[in-house]
Design a protein around this ligand. Structure first.
Ligand code: TIU
Length: 223
């Protein structure tokens, strides 16, 4: 059993029943020419969390917390992409268009890969998701149930879009959720701050937040 000095109060978890879900740390959101860039965002903010996220992943691997990854991606024929999602905002490049790293947000394209520094190990599930939430139209719920997972740690991008949506989906399904504060980021710093406050308000209405150092301290206490 580990206890993290989290907000709004300590978060207790059993590593064997806990999974880390690293959300959408893919080149499309983080590198120049990807989807995030074409939407006009400052991608440098997101690239800055890669080293901390790597430390988090490595700590979880060492301490028996299962690591899972997600990618926001659509089928190459776009049949799983709602037209509303494709046309919203009238971006210069739409989902499925040819960009600097292949077709934007299409499964199997170079831009859809997880950044090299955070590459999944062969036994780590990668959930390919067509929505913002990782439970929508994916096998994630079944995978977690079959693995006996009750607690979820969250990292990745962006805090108020795919991370928060997935945390809310998980919370409604009964998982105890902890967001690692310095392993998540938004294109809008004020949205990250607000999302973290919303998550932990009202006695952890959606879940807890804590920095990586607090999780590392919990791991350091002998079981
Ligand atoms: N992964 C994720 O958050 N997808 C997005 O499109 N996020 C934005 O903030 N645009």
């Amino acid at each position: 059993m580990g206890t993290v000095n989290a907000e709004p109060y300590p978060y207790t978890f059993e590593p064997a029943k806990t999974a880390l879900i690293v959300i959408d740390m893919q080149r499309d959101f983080i590198e120049p020419g990807g989807f995030g860039d074409t939407l006009g965002n400052n991608i440098g903010l997101l690239a800055a969390i890669v080293p901390t996220t790597r430390k988090l992943i490595e700590a979880c691997r060492r301490h028996g917390v299962r690591v899972m990854h997600t990618r926001e991606a659509h089928r190459s024929d776009l049949t799983d992409c709602p037209p509303a999602k494709r046309t919203r905002g009238n971006p210069s490049l739409r989902i499925g268009d040819a960009g600097a790293m292949g077709r934007i947000l299409i499964d199997g394209e170079p831009g859809n890969d997880i950044v090299a520094e955070l590459a999944p190990l062969p036994d780590e599930p990668v959930i390919v998701k067509p929505g913002k939430g990782a439970f929508y139209a994916t096998a994630l719920g079944d995978i977690l149930r079959l693995q006996g997972i009750t607690h979820l740690l969250f990292a990745g991008v962006t805090t108020e879009v795919c991370v928060q949506t997935t945390m809310r989906e998980a919370n409604d399904r009964g998982y105890e959720c902890l967001l690692i504060e310095d392993a998540t980021e938004s294109y809008f710093p004020e949205f990250k701050r607000a999302a973290m406050e919303m998550i932990r308000a009202q006695g952890a209405i959606v879940g807890w937040t804590a920095p990586l150092a607090a999780l590392e301290k919990a791991f350091a206490v002998p079981a």
